[in-house]
Design a protein around this ligand. Structure first.
Ligand SMILES: Nc1nc2c(c(=O)[nH]1)N[C@H]1C(S)=C(S)[C@@H](COP(=O)(O)OP(=O)(O)OC[C@H]3O[C@@H](n4cnc5c(=O)[nH]c(N)nc54)[C@H](O)[C@@H]3O)O[C@H]1N2
Ligand SMILES: Nc1nc2c(c(=O)[nH]1)N[C@H]1C(S)=C(S)[C@@H](COP(=O)(O)OP(=O)(O)OC[C@H]3O[C@@H](n4cnc5c(=O)[nH]c(N)nc54)[C@H](O)[C@@H]3O)O[C@H]1N2
Ligand SMILES: [Mo]
Length: 734
């Protein structure tokens, strides 16, 4: 409304990050967002980070997609023509029908992810549409922590394993294991609680190949470790604890099954290899003395919080790391108590009784339609009993998307994919082995993308439908179910140009496809149903912009199970924490053993491939981006260059100086990128921050520095994406 008045509206930021639902105070005048600020109210404030505060730059970015586009050049060439919405929708509807009728609905695949961590406008509306059209090939495999999920299902029977992070103030020792919440947020205020813990004198230790911002701000000890070897260190810690009889045996006897089998393995009685600190030193690069000291400290500093990040689990056999960590927290009796940690994973959701968990989303509790393609499909062989619908064998693991397009049913995949519909995800950019994904895209008959910018995903599409931004539609954001609050995302301005929301696009396509009953409500009616009774009054919540949980104390995962095990068994087959899993034993998969074991990864330090590619690559999450999102925001770009982090010894051996242009390559791909030479990463490891936009030159060399030109599409047996397992070489550009 153009009345010259400036309104101040409280809303929240939401994007695919570890915060999501951080408070934004938006200034809006004459239908234009003029300024964004964040929470300056009472503590604990829910303050937005640099990304949230720069969101206006994203909304008003000159490269916002303005109208529907149809490809005119070759796929990936980036040549498009403007078409009308009507033409675009006709074209999409025609192709969806053609592919469904010619090959069957399973030939249509949905690629989806978060976009924003909101309830309504994500890929849910498209999922609903495709299911109503007859179904589609859908996916399983969380990019982030499928290894952690597998381990949590195996040991606890649930993935809801996390306490609220204010409980860290009750810990005597905090171990940040591959966890860098100063950058990844991990729930607004996690860093604030860590800062308070440090001020109180709590010892904080960080175990990470990199000296992270969290290490520098909070930790008094940094233990660099070689990627993918964490399980070996955890097993050696278990060895020290067993050797010193420091385990909490009454806890193990009362709440767990299978410790004896684990002990037999750790002591070497099963395979002749005692998992001693000296054994682990040779694998991990961490000295035996440091492993021994930390083990004793952890076992004798109760309550102690083993805060397990999920990056060490995004490795070739990532689930073993998570299972070993859970076992260690059980051995020290740190589960279900204030100041402890279940070690499930530091990103997990929280268990029942906590008001904002398991919020329904569009096609995730509300607006559900069953997927006819999955009806009657048998369970996947290696799915655990608590997996629910994710166990369907008709679902494709997302890491295999490219391979499945290339090989189809003949290659053992559930369907022959002819049409790909990507919403709120960056395929090929964020999927392992981009170069294979690019080949796969060429094989598709049709590729539809909803996008806000000309991203690598949009560049390969046949039709690009311009999506509205977060502040151009109403929604509700819960983040990952981590923060003790939810936020109302208020529509601040009308959708820019011709952009539309995902729900509007779904509704318009349903019309073209003759699907009735797709959407008979306003966005707010949907949201009101999703939020349900979780807020006392929906309109008050909407007006205030957020609601906090009324918690009288920090929430502790599994407290009920520990306080009253007879009444509250663990949701596992045995009712106890399963250090030994009979389910896994029955699967007979050598790389999914019933107790956690160290399995050396492919492309490890001992691989012969290392003569060619001597460095272990990891790809950390970057402060100035959420994955690919915000990469085009110039304010944020100024803060950090996209660069490969190299230890000065590795750089010197290659004659590389800070800021030099280097090639990073292996058999899967190659990029040219700046080098950041530093002591903040251990020798032998290179880090390319994930999420940069793939930008191949005429020789196919990526000039954007997108980590996935180097990664491999081979998930762990439990389903973890192995983003942090890859060997590379780095050389000066000649
Ligand atoms: N700013 C920002 N925040 C984000 C995101 C983002 O893109 N940007 N993404 C969000 C999402 S969806 C997710 S899933 C989370 C991801 O959160 P994380 O997985 O926790 O983030 P990473 O930076 O990949 O990894 C954390 C740390 O683990 C270290 N690490 C890597 N490999 C290993 C290993 O093998 N062993 C050990 N011990 N450490 C290792 C890295 O050096 C890094 O410092 O972050 C969320 N938050
Ligand atoms: N090498 C490597 N690769 C990784 C990782 C890693 O650690 N290393 N991490 C993995 C992890 S944990 C994750 S979760 C995935 C993330 O992978 P994705 O979820 O695929 O990544 P995003 O960048 O969030 O992609 C969202 C895309 O949707 C578009 N979009 C369309 N509509 C909307 C909308 O309405 N709102 C918003 N906000 N965006 C919209 C955005 O512009 C963007 O291009 O990446 C994974 N890839
Ligand atoms: Mo993620």
């Amino acid at each position: 409304m153009a009345n010259g008045k400036e309104e101040v509206i409280t809303t929240v930021c939401s994007c695919h990050c570890g915060g999501a639902a951080c408070i934004i105070k938006a200034y809006v005048k004459d239908g234009v967002i003029t300024r964004l600020e964040t929470d300056d109210g009472p503590e604990p404030q829910i303050r937005a980070c640099a990304r949230g505060r720069s969101y206006r730059q994203r909304v008003y970015s000159p490269d916002r997609l303005k109208y529907p586009l149809r490809r005119v050049g070759a796929r990936g060439e980036g040549k498009f023509e403007r078409i009308t919405w009507d033409e675009a929708l006709e074209n999409v509807a025609r192709e969806l029908k053609r592919v469904r009728d010619t090959y069957g609905p399973a030939s249509i695949a949905l690629a989806g992810s978060a976009g924003d961590l909101t309830m309504l406008h994500w890929c849910g509306p498209t999922q609903r549409l495709l299911r109503m059209l007859g179904g589609c090939t859908s996916y399983w495999g969380l990019f982030s922590n499928e290894g952690g999920n597998f381990a949590s299902h195996a040991c606890y029977g649930t993935t809801s394993t996390r306490s609220t992070h204010d409980d860290l103030l009750n810990s005597r020792l905090i171990i940040l294991w591959g966890w860098n919440p100063s950058v990844t947020v991990a729930g607004a205020n996690t860093s604030w609680y860590l800062a308070q813990a440090r001020e109180k004198g709590t010892k904080i230790v960080s175990i990470d190949p990199r000296y992270t911002d969290s290490t520098s701000a909070f930790a008094s000890q940094w233990i660099p470790i070689l990627p993918g070897t964490d399980t070996a260190m955890l097993l050696a810690m278990a060895y020290v604890i067993i050797e010193g009889k420091l385990q909490d045996q009454p806890f193990l006897d009362k709440y767990t099954v299978g410790f004896d089998a684990f002990k037999t393995y750790v002591l070497g009685e099963e395979d002749g290899v005692p998992k001693t600190p000296a054994w682990a030193q040779a694998i991990t690069g961490v000295s035996a003395a440091i492993i021994r000291n930390l083990a004793i400290e952890y076992a004798t500093s109760k309550p102690a919080a083993l805060m397990c990040g999920i990056a060490p689990g995004r490795t070739a056999y990532g689930e073993q790391y998570h299972r070993a960590a859970i076992t260690l927290s059980a051995m020290t009796g740190n589960i279900g108590i204030h100041g402890g940690s279940s070690a499930g994973n530091a990103w997990a959701v929280t268990l029942g009784g906590y008001p904002f968990v398991k919020m329904p989303r569009m096609t995730g509790g509300v607006g559900d339609v069953l997927n006819p393609v999955e009806a009657g499909a048998p369970r996947r062989k290696y799915a655990l009993s608590s997996y629910g619908e994710l166990a369907s064998s008709a679902k494709l693991h997302r890491a295999f998307l490219a391979d499945a397009i290339l090989k189809g049913k003949a290659g053992g995949y559930p369907s022959d994919i002819k049409l790909l519909y990507a919403v709120c995800t960056s395929f090929p950019n964020q999927y392992p082995d981009i170069n294979k994904a690019v080949q796969a895209i060429q094989k598709l008959e049709f590729f539809i993308v909803h996008e806000q910018f000309m991203t690598p995903a949009a560049r390969y599409a046949d039709i690009v439908l311009p999506a509205s931004s977060l502040y151009e539609r109403n929604d509700v954001s819960t983040g990952y179910g981590i923060p003790p609050f939810i936020g109302y995302v208020r529509k601040l301005i009308e959708p820019l140009y011709e952009s539309k929301s995902h729900m509007e696009i779904g509704t318009a396509l349903a019309g073209k496809l003759g699907i009735s009953g797709y959407n008979d409500r306003t966005d707010d009616e949907w949201l009101r149903e999703m939020v349900g009774k979780r807020v006392s009054d929906y309109d008050t919540f909407k007006g205030r912009g957020f609601q906090r949980a009324e918690l009288t104390d920090s929430y502790v995962a599994f407290k009920e199970q520990i306080d009253d095990p007879a009444k509250h068994p663990f949701p596992t087959p045995s009712g106890k924490i399963e250090i030994y899993s009979r389910q896994l034993a029955e699967m007979c998969h050598p790389q999914l053993p019933p107790i956690p074991k160290y399995i050396e990864s492919w492309e490890s330090r001992n691989d012969v491939l290392r003569t060619k590619y001597p460095l272990q690559l990891i790809s950390s999450h970057f402060l100035r981006r959420s994955h690919t999102q915000f990469d085009n925001v110039l304010w944020l770009r100024e803060t950090q260059p996209q660069a490969v982090m190299l230890n000065s010894a590795d750089a010197a051996a290659r004659n590389i100086k800070d800021g030099d242009k280097v090639r990073v390559f292996n058999d899967r791909g190659e990029m040219v990128i700046e080098a950041k030479v530093t002591e903040r990463i251990m020798p032998g490891v290179a880090d390319v921050p994930q999420g940069a936009w793939f930008n191949p030159d005429s020789r196919g060399v990526d000039r954007g520095g997108s980590a996935n030109v180097l990664t491999k599409d081979e998930p762990s047996p439990g389903g973890a994406f192995p983003y942090n397992t890859a060997l590379v070489q780095v050389e000066m550009v000649r």
